[in-house]
Write a protein that binds this ligand. Sequence first.
Ligand code: PLP
Length: 454
Amino acid sequence: MAQTHNSVFEAAYFASREYRTQLEDRPVMPRHEDLIRLRHLHEPLPGEGTDETAVIEKLHEIGSPNTVASTGGRFFGFVVGGALPVSVAANWLSSTWDQNAGSWLLSPIAGELEVIAGGWLLELLDLPRDAAFGFVTGATMATFSSVAAARSSLLKRQGYDIKKLGLVDTPRLRVVMSEEIHPTNIASLGYAGIGTDQIEYCPVDDQGRIIPDQMPELDSLTIVMLQAGNINSGSFDDFKTVCAIAKEAGAWVHVDGAFGLWARTSQSKAHLTDGIEMADSWSVDGHKWPNLTQDSAVYFCRDKDAVHDVFGVDATYLMKDANRQPNNYTPELSRRARGIEFWAVLKTLGASGVASIIDRCCDHAQLIAQGLESAGYKILNDVVLNQIVFVGDDEAHTRRALKFIQDSGRLWLGPTTWKNHHAMRISVSSAATTGDEVLECISIMTAAFNETKK
Ligand SMILES: Cc1ncc(COP(=O)(O)O)c(C=O)c1O
């Protein structure tokens, strides 16, 4: 492709602008002919360099059509959110600054914005205002960070300093979680040295909520993992009841609120999170519901000392000062300045703007569920949030309808298994989704039901 821009930045700006304006018309998933063109990227390692502007232009030419249009309004797969323009723009500027957010001295702006955004998030989510927080890549690392703090705290209470001892000859920790827990929680436990044999699964009800009466007895060596937002049904565990039992037993409660914790910002949904503030630690993704760019999450932990025991790093060359040192709250030292996008999005939206994204997505989900029911589908979950699980007349019909929907290119959703049913699953988590798009998608899914019916 001939070079058409004067600078690498201009090329990137042009490509980004074109990409966003074409989202409306392009298929949600890459077309077959675009995927084929990925082959053009495979070439021997270049011996000589290439003009940087031409590199960006090539990236746009082959890369942009080979993206999933999850920043648009018709991608309902997984729970990935979109990316608000201001989040992308803040990401550009902070990438331009290329700040190392590990220490305050290395980036006063990154350090300050983390403090401000962290405080705002605690207020917005109505969690203990003095909780520690760390900006990490995603809910998986947020949960790992929380579990690492939990592990340290519970064992310290028994007289074990695991920073010194490791997990050798220390009492065995137990983990109690629902059968419906998101699998990344199990991965996070593993990173923290807690194996699957240490997990005791608790039965769940028809919405995937833990049944408190059937929980194993808790003790002071137990970590209880609860969910705000089941990945399929969107349901919430009974935080009030479980936290009260856990508190009495001296157990630690962690809440995976990857997307569901944001319900707390909405007047009509906040009741789903009642009692969540009684937990000890919480994880939440920025890149899901408030539509920050990917790689944006945060965890909060009531026990600041535990966080310091796990992540506190001392070295004379780091030249600590009186400011909050970001690296003392996360697994990494050098990392990008994630607090910047959190600050920019919260400053742009305000508390009411975040709530209105949550409300809008939940209203869209209600409308879609009604449309699906009218079309003849069966909805398998109570649509309390942004998630819908639904089926056709039988498994074969469900599979055919899903293929029809995916082949339309106009929207995308994926399969799941829910209560032994092969089902389809919708998550409305992009702020970009409009009412018109919802109506268009309902009409495609209605056609899918009728056209694929036996
Ligand atoms: C409920 C829940 N927990 C955890 C995760 C993992 O989040 P991340 O991919 O940001 O690590 C997800 C991702 O979809 C999720 O929905």
